[in-house]
Design a protein around this ligand. Structure first.
Ligand SMILES: NC(=O)c1ccc[n+]([C@@H]2O[C@H](COP(=O)([O-])OP(=O)(O)OC[C@H]3O[C@@H](n4cnc5c(N)ncnc54)[C@H](OP(=O)(O)O)[C@@H]3O)[C@@H](O)[C@H]2O)c1
Length: 343
C-alpha cells in the first residue's frame, strides 16, 4: 500500500434523540486496506457538512442509507486521488463524491462522483458550495420545481443559509420579487445587502399568526413560489399566503429534524385545494444527469457577479462535530465545510 498515514474518521457512537450532541460521535483511527478492482482512494481536502446528515443518524425516513453505529459518517467530499484500481480515475485527479468523513476514503464511482478542475474556481471548496450539492439543490429546486416566472413573488425559508441564499439570487435574476425568511437581525440585513432580496422576515419569536401577518405584509400581492427549507409553522404560514396556481418546492424540513414527538400540524392544507397549489418535494441526486447544465450556468452567474455565496470553513477533522451542530441553531453563516489538515 502506498499510503502509510494515519486515517482518522468521524464515527457514529450513539443515535441522537432530539438534537445531536458531541457525545453521539467519536473520532477513531481506521485501518487503510488494499483496494479491490474498481475502487480508488482519495485524500480528502474538503468535507461538506449538511443538515441532511442528521436524517441518517436515526431510524427515520431518509432518501439516503442510515449510518450504522460504529461506522463513519458519509458526506460529499472533495479529494485528491492517491491510488486507483478504477481504470477511468488516475492518481492526482481531483474528485467530488459521496465519501466517508475521514482523512482518506476508499470509494467506487457513484452518481455523485465527478472529476473537478481546481483551476476553474478561486478556492477548491467552491466545488462543494455554489458548484456542489448546495448550488445544484438551489438550481433544480427553484427552476424545475418552483418554475418562477418574471414578476412572480418568491418566498424562501432559511434564506440566508447556503441553499436559500442561492435560491434567492437565482429568483432575482429570473425577474422575481424575493422575500427571505431568516433567523435574527444580522442574517436579515445580509439578505438585503449581500443577496439582494426585496423584503425580509425575522421568524424568531413569531407564532403562526404573526408569521402569516409578516408574510402578508412583505408579499402584499401573495406568494407564487415558496422554496421551503424549514417546514413546520413556516410552511403553514406560507400556505395561507399562496396565490392561485402557486408552487411549493419542498427542499428540506430542518425545523423538524431534531423533534422528538410529532411535528406541529399543518392547519392551512385546505389552501392547497382552494388555490390549486402544487407542493412537490425533490431530491437533488435525481438530477445527477443534468448537473453539467447547472454547473455551467452557476459558473457563469458567479463570474458575472449575479450570484454570490458564503462559505464557513472550519479547520481540521476535530471540528467536524462542533461545525455540524452549528447548523441546527443557526450559528453557521454560509455553507458549512471542513478543511482537512491534508488540504
Ligand atoms: N432536497 C434536497 O436534495 C436537499 C439537498 C441539500 C439540502 N437540502 C435541505 O436544504 C436545507 C438547507 O440546507 P443548507 O445546507 O443550505 O443549510 P443552511 O441553510 O446553510 O443551514 C441551516 C440553517 O437552517 C436554519 N435552521 C436551523 N434549525 C432551524 C429550526 N429549528 N427552525 C428554523 N430554521 C432553522 C438556520 O438558519 P436561521 O439562522 O435563518 O434560522 C441554519 O443556519 C435543509 O433543510 C437541508 O436538509 C435538501
Amino acid at each position: 500500500m502506498l499510503v502509510t498515514h494515519i486515517n482518522r474518521q468521524v464515527v457514529l457512537r450513539s443515535r441522537p434523540v432530539g438534537a445531536p450532541t458531541a457525545d453521539n460521535f467519536a473520532i477513531d483511527i481506521a485501518p487503510i486496506r488494499e483496494l479491490n478492482p474498481g475502487e480508488f482512494m482519495v485524500r480528502n481536502l474538503f468535507v461538506s457538512l449538511d443538515p441532511g446528515i442528521r436524517q441518517r443518524l436515526s431510524q427515520v425516513d431518509s432518501y439516503v442509507k442510515l449510518i450504522e453505529l460504529g461506522q463513519p459518517l458519509t458526506s460529499t467530499t472533495l479529494g485528491e486521488v492517491v491510488v486507483s484500481r478504477d481504470p477511468g480515475i488516475a492518481p492526482g485527479e481531483h474528485i467530488v463524491g459521496f465519501h466517508t468523513v475521514s482523512d482518506f476514503s476508499i470509494a467506487r464511482r457513484g452518481p455523485l462522483t465527478r472529476k473537478v478542475d481546481l483551476a476553474m474556481t478561486p478556492s477548491p471548496s467552491n466545488h462543494l458550495s455554489v458548484l456542489g450539492m448546495t448550488g445544484l439543490t438551489a438550481y433544480f429546486g427553484l427552476l424545475d420545481i418552483g418554475r418562477p416566472k418574471s414578476g412572480d413573488t418568491v418566498l424562501v425559508s432559511a434564506a440566508a443559509g447556503a441553499v436559500g441564499s442561492i435560491v434567492a439570487q437565482i429568483a432575482k435574476l429570473k425577474g422575481c420579487r424575493v422575500v427571505g425568511i431568516a433567523g435574527g437581525v444580522e442574517k436579515c440585513a445580509r439578505l438585503i445587502a449581500e443577496f439582494g432580496v426585496d423584503a425580509v422576515i425575522d421568524y424568531q419569536r413569531k407564532d403562526l399568526g404573526s408569521l402569516t401577518a409578516a408574510i402578508q405584509e412583505a408579499a402584499p400581492q401573495g406568494v407564487d413560489v415558496f422554496f421551503d427549507n424549514v417546514g413546520g409553522i413556516q410552511l403553514d404560514a406560507a400556505l395561507a399566503c399562496m396565490n392561485n396556481g402557486g408552487r411549493i418546492a419542498l427542499c428540506g424540513l430542518i425545523g423538524q429534524y431534531n423533534l422528538v414527538g410529532p411535528p406541529p400540524p399543518i392547519t392551512n392544507l385546505f389552501k392547497v385545494i382552494a388555490k390549486s397549489v402544487r407542493i412537490e418535494g425533490f431530491v437533488v441526486l435525481s438530477y445527477a444527469e443534468r448537473f453539467g447544465e447547472a454547473i455551467e450556468n452557476l459558473v457563469r452567474w458567479v463570474r458575472e457577479g449575479k450570484v454570490t455565496f458564503r462559505e464557513q470553513i472550519e479547520e481540521g477533522i476535530e471540528q467536524a462535530i462542533p461545525a455540524f451542530l452549528q447548523l441546527f441553531d443557526g450559528r453557521n453563516h454560509g455553507k458549512m465545510m471542513l478543511r482537512m489538515s491534508n488540504a
